[in-house]
Each structure stands twice: as structure tokens, then as C-alpha cells.
Write a protein of this length. Structure first.
Length: 155
């Protein structure tokens, strides 16, 4: 026997729809990741972003250094993959929390970087080491955007 459509049932079904609807999730912009086809940690970082609500498009290339040079990633901030999102550059294993904060603030910058490949950063295995997320801008402007251990901000 079917339940009658009471006001309570209608309200609860609307709440359930809103909770599980894709439109109820934060609308983060698409992240396009340029990565070497043989890089496993890059795939781990992609999964990290997807777990935190980002949609990701992956472009595999054996010429990642040329991609970086074309996009303007500073040589000393290079890591293993380069991403583009909302007009910004994201270099390396930047935690989703830092990226979300950055996209909400929309600073006048070129992007964020986690230079190198810190152990335990999102997508990397091993012991968790502390590392800096660097905000970089035009004319070699740089500052520490946050200090992390794993995917957790510590400063």
C-alpha cells in the first residue's frame, strides 16, 4: 500500500533530493591536469581532488616540461604535474583544501605550487613531512600560502 503524500513526505523528499543532487554540491571549476602517462603519484593527486568535489580532466603528455614552459610555471617551482583551473596554474601536489581556499579568495596571482614531491603530500606515499604551498605571481612575486603536513594545514 502506498503512503499518502503528506506535507512531511514532500519536504523530506525535497531535502533528500537536495542532499544527493549534483547541483547541491559546491560548483568547483573543472581542473585540467597535464601529466606524464607513466606517473602514478599524479593519478593519486587526481583522485584526491575528485574525492574533494573537483571534476578533473587529464591530459597525458610525455612533454610536461614544454607544457610548463608554455604556461609560464617558474622553473624553481616545478613538480611532477601541472594543472589549470579558473585561469590559474596549480603545480604539484597542492592539497584540495588549499585549492578550495584559493579559488574562493581569487587572489591576484598566477597560481599555487608545491615544489618537488614532498613525502605524504596528496598523491604521494611515505611518511608525512611538512611542506609549503607557495602562491606565485607576476614579476617573481612569491609567498607561503600555507604550511601543510599531508593534506592538513598546520599554519
Amino acid at each position: 500500500m502506498a503512503r499518502p503524500m503528506t506535507r512531511r513526505v514532500v519536504l523530506l523528499s525535497g531535502v533528500t533530493t537536495a542532499l544527493f543532487s549534483r547541483t547541491a554540491l559546491p560548483a568547483w571549476p573543472m581542473v585540467t591536469v597535464h601529466k606524464d602517462p607513466n606517473c602514478g603519484c599524479c593519478g593519486g593527486w587526481v583522485v584526491h581532488l575528485e574525492t574533494h568535489g573537483f571534476q578533473v580532466k587529464v591530459i597525458e603528455t610525455a612533454e610536461i616540461n614544454r607544457v610548463r614552459a608554455r604556461l609560464g610555471v617558474p622553473f624553481d617551482l616545478a613538480a611532477c604535474h601541472t594543472a589549470q583551473v579558473a585561469g590559474y596554474l596549480i603545480e604539484g601536489h597542492v592539497p584540495a583544501a588549499a585549492l578550495q581556499k584559493f579559488l574562493q579568495e581569487k587572489p591576484d596571482a598566477l597560481g599555487l605550487s608545491v615544489p618537488g614531491m614532498p613525502s605524504g603530500s596528496p598523491g604521494m606515499t611515505g611518511d608525512y613531512e611538512e611542506y609549503d604551498v607557495i602562491l606565485f605571481g607576476k614579476k617573481d612575486e612569491r609567498r607561503v600560502y600555507g604550511r601543510f603536513k599531508g593534506e592538513k594545514q598546520i599554519q
